[in-house]
Design a protein around this ligand. Structure first.
Ligand SMILES: Cc1cc2nc3c(=O)[nH]c(=O)nc-3n(C[C@H](O)[C@H](O)[C@H](O)COP(=O)(O)O)c2cc1C
Length: 322
């Protein structure tokens, strides 16, 4: 039995299809369910993108709008939200697995209101996709931390239902951020988002986009931080980035993840990879005598093992050849 519990939701599998190109239309969402996904996270609605589109619409209609720009902007924004609500409503009608809506926001108020509307419209949970690029040299780490915590607090107060936050790993004290988010009362923390990485095209001598998809070797940071923190927090931790196969999914669960989110594996191998991961987990459990995920989730978390310091010092051990 590989049924899982994540953010208070009952899942038939711990494998969730994460927010991205595979979760933006109903056909793919249904394929994910049919392939055995435990839940899906809809493609994020992006505040930044909408604001950009709204301002270019305002610009091209400037001659007609006069002083009614503000109400036109609100109307324009609503159109995006309505489109998202339509996808959500259709997904809820078509799928029987939990459907989590995802919001990528930089500011607070409107977005929390929209997330509330998604919950009312039937979303089984909200995943906040929080993506600050902290590139201003005058802004300290403490200020960056303050922003994410204020954002999460406000969302927690407003959203009555399962709430998770998907974060990156570039904080000066991840342990402190994870434990502070836990104290705020989020139900889940997704470790870690994989952000856009710039590259350079050396022939054109210009900035280019790095690969949007992960390599299977990229799971290490999530594994480490889930191993370190899962025993310390009440929130459910969910592994993400670099989970391409059943072996890595089992590692995440052993470190203390309650679920895993996958994107690249499905892009590269197709929806059947979900069934393969489920079967691998099931077979592995059989081989090791486990009958439910609870029998082994967190077995190797720092809290549960005598040599928990290894989560922090494995590189050192490798170097000295132990
Ligand atoms: C093309 C593409 C679009 C994505 N769009 C989103 C998004 O809208 N919201 C989000 O939270 N993550 C988005 N992601 C990130 C994935 O959900 C996931 O966090 C990331 O790819 C790492 O997981 P993976 O190693 O399984 O791919 C996107 C990823 C890709 C490749």
């Amino acid at each position: 039995m590989i049924s899982a519990k994540y953010m208070g939701l009952g899942l038939k599998s711990p494998v969730i299809v994460s927010s991205g190109p595979l979760t933006q239309n109903i056909v793919s969402l249904k394929k994910a369910e049919d392939a055995g996904a435990g839940a899906v996270v809809l493609k994020s609605i992006f505040e930044e993108q909408i604001e950009k589109d709204v301002s270019s619409e305002l610009e091209s209609n400037a001659e007609y709008l006069g002083h009614s720009e503000e109400s036109y902007a609100a109307f324009s924004r609503d159109r995006y939200i309505d489109r998202y609500m339509k996808l959500l409503t259709e997904a809820k009608k078509t799928l029987s697995i939990p459907v989590i809506a995802s919001v990528n926001a930089k500011t607070m108020d409107n977005w929390i209101e929209y997330a509330e509307r998604f919950v009312k419209c039937g979303a089984d949970g909200i995943e906040l996709n929080y993506y600050p690029i902290s590139s201003e040299s005058g802004v300290s780490g403490a200020e960056v931390d303050k922003k994410i915590l204020a954002f999460a607090s406000k969302a927690r107060a407003a959203i009555d239902g399962p709430l998770s936050i998907k974060i990156g790993y570039k904080y000066s004290s991840l342990a402190n951020i994870i434990s502070s988010l836990d104290k705020i009362g989020v139900d889940g923390i997704v470790l870690f988002n994989r952000f856009f990485r710039p590259d350079i095209d050396i022939e054109k001598i210009q900035i280019s986009a790095g690969s949007p998809v992960s390599e299977p070797s990229e799971y290490g940071e999530a594994l480490r931080w889930i191993g370190l923190m899962s025993g310390e927090v009440k929130a459910d931790l969910c592994g993400n980035t670099g989970i391409h196969n059943g072996e890595t999914a089992v590692k995440m669960l052993l470190s203390g993840a309650k679920a895993v989110e996958i994107c690249t594996a499905v892009i590269q191998k197709g929806f059947s990879v979900i069934g393969e991961i489920n079967s691998f987990i099931d077979d592995w459990m059989g081989r090791h005598g486990y009958s439910s995920l609870d029998d082994f989730i967190g077995l190797l978390s720092q809290e549960h093992i005598a040599d928990g310091w290894k989560w922090e010092r494995t590189q050192f051990l490798k170097t000295i050849g132990e």
